[in-house]
Design a protein around this ligand. Structure first.
Ligand code: SAM
Length: 503
């Protein structure tokens, strides 16, 4: 029986979409007499569709939510083909036993919960069972367990977010799938196609797998990718024209972190996998500082600073404008002028005026070093010259100069080992070229340091570096004087970068 789901949200987004159900059923290729698993029953939408398709299926339905169980029991009480289990699919011992046996089902169809809250007790339990997996996002566990539960040659169709395709946390899951199943097809579409859902962090995908016990059979497979659907109806329409690409499964397996890079431009995919050099090779990419208690230590220098009213205003007479000239700056400043500029998140290109200041008095700094909530991390890079890229970006990635200031934990600081490259990197990280690369590496809005390190780096000739340097210097000067960046100069820079990268 279900034990520890307690106050968990079940994430009961039922599949109330005819085209999605139809497409998933088509892909499942269910045949007469087959044994089918529905691991997240809900109100039985897939079960209805399955029994409508074949009269003699044997369907096991698992569901954790007592309310949903009542609905299922009412609906299928007299149907001998359907067996309902009020169980937690992920922790159920019988299923674990069958998984260990190599699987007993011919088919699995599921819309598992995504983004469901797991309390700490449950996470610990899941970690014990799925020690190699990232247990905070249970859709990945459903996928893993269900792939174990199908027999060799059996098929599985899941509707899930597309984050398993490239996020680092799912690397082991990808390796497992790629070497234990043929990926028959992946259809990708906006989450808004699913009635009642619209999450910004990723798209939705419908994944069709066929289990294969020989890794070679899996790696020799060609994966069909379907994108560019105009509407949910296109899933079942004559969508061949939307098939974006066929990718060798072996190429995905051999790519960095086994990730699937899905740019329509193959030059981008190739460069991500085969570049001679990456940002992580030529620069330190590090996350910045957190005081542990910003209400106490942070000061607003302008009413334009976001949520500035929540913080005390800075007294400009107490600001230190040149912290890097201070001796032992990492131990704090003894004089009264001990508030120092800090770069925080927010999408600003090239140069961001100082609008936030941090208490850098000796007492405050010694607190930062001791407070467990504070993050006095990567301090070697504080007050150095580099560029700051906000961890979360809107449509276009942005970067601003870090010069003689601190940068906070919402920023990835990029400090080139060859300082002559600072302006070139500033230009590159604001360019559409860089945006295409980072969005292919990680389509979500997340630019954390580990993804940034994977961005291919191409060093142009010294002459071009120098020209771009001069153009960037002009933009930065303009911005420092309160003028706007010159659009023409920016376009010139992007043209240079496009010529260097080829897209
Ligand atoms: C997104 S809904 C999908 C329901 C249905 N299959 C559909 O497509 O309409 C996910 C279902 O899984 C159930 N669920 C959540 N966690 C579960 C678990 N650990 N074991 C079994 N069922 C679970 C929820 O209660 C919910 O009914």
């Amino acid at each position: 029986m279900v034990t520890s789901l307690k106050r968990d949200v079940y994430k009961s987004f039922y599949t109330k979409s005819g085209p999605i159900v139809q497409y998933m059923l088509d892909k499942l290729s269910v045949g007469p007499g087959m044994r089918v698993l529905e691991p997240c029953g809900g109100d039985g939408v897939f079960v209805d569709a399955l029994i409508g398709k074949h009269a003699d299926l044997q369907i096991d339905v698992y569901e954790a939510n007592p309310q949903a169980i009542r609905t299922l029991q009412n609906k299928f009480a007299n149907d001998e083909r359907v067996t309902i289990f009020h169980e937690d699919t992920l922790t159920n011992r019988e299923l674990a036993f069958y998984a260990g046996l190599g699987g007993i089902y011919d088919r699995v169809i599921a819309n598992p919960p995504y983004g469901a809250w797991q309390d700490y007790e449950k996470r610990a339990e899941l970690k014990k069972i799925y020690d190699l997996m990232y247990v905070k996002e249970t859709y990945a566990l459903f996928l893993y367990r269900c792939l174990q539960l199908i027999k060799n040659d059996g098929m599985l169709v899941f509707i899930i977010p597309d984050t398993y395709l490239n996020l680092h946390r799912h690397t082991k899951l990808r390796r497992y799938i790629l070497s234990n199943a043929r990926i028959v097809e992946i259809a990708l579409f906006p989450s808004s196609f699913f009635p009642g859902v619209n999450f910004g962090y990723s798209n939705l995908s419908i994944l069709t797998l066929q289990k294969k016990s020989r890794a070679e059979d899996c790696l020799n497979n060609s994966v069909r990718i379907v994108i560019g659907l105009g509407s949910v109806e296109d899933l079942v329409g004559p969508y061949t024209r939307q098939i974006f690409s066929v990718v060798n499964q072996r190429d995905i397996y051999n790519s960095k972190d086994h990730a699937l890079f899905l740019s329509t431009d193959h030059n981008i995919n190739r460069l991500i996998n085969e570049s001679k050099s990456y940002t992580g090779d030529i620069a330190a990419c590090v996350t910045g500082f957190y005081s542990g208690n910003d209400r106490r230590y942070l000061r607003a220098g302008s009413s334009e600073a976001k949520n500035s009213r929540k913080y005390r205003p800075v007294d400009m007479n107490r600001v230190c404008f040149d912290p890097s000239s201070s001796e032992n700056i990492l131990n704090g400043i003894e004089s009264l002028e001990h508030f120092i500029p800090i770069l925080k998140g927010g999408n600003t290109r090239y140069y961001k005026p100082d609008i936030w200041y941090m208490d850098w008095g000796t007492e405050a700094v010694s607190n930062y070093k001791e407070d467990r909530k504070a993050r006095f991390q990567n301090a070697d890079y504080y007050f150095k010259k580099g560029i700051g890229v906000p961890m979360v970006s809107s449509a276009q990635i942005t970067a601003a100069l870090i010069e003689n200031k601190l940068f906070d934990q919402s920023i990835v600081g990029i400090f080139p080992f060859d300082t002559q490259l600072t302006h070139y990197l500033l230009a590159f990280f604001n360019s559409p070229t860089c945006n295409k690369l980072i969005r292919t590496i990680n389509p979500s809005a997340n630019n954390s340091a580990n993804y940034i390190k994977k961005i291919p780096f191409i060093r142009p000739s010294d002459d071009v570096v120098c020209r771009i340097d001069n153009l960037v210097a002009r933009i930065v000067d303009n911005l420092k004087q309160g003028k706007t960046a010159n659009k023409e100069i920016e376009l010139k820079i992007y043209k240079y970068i496009k010529d260097i990268y080829g897209f």
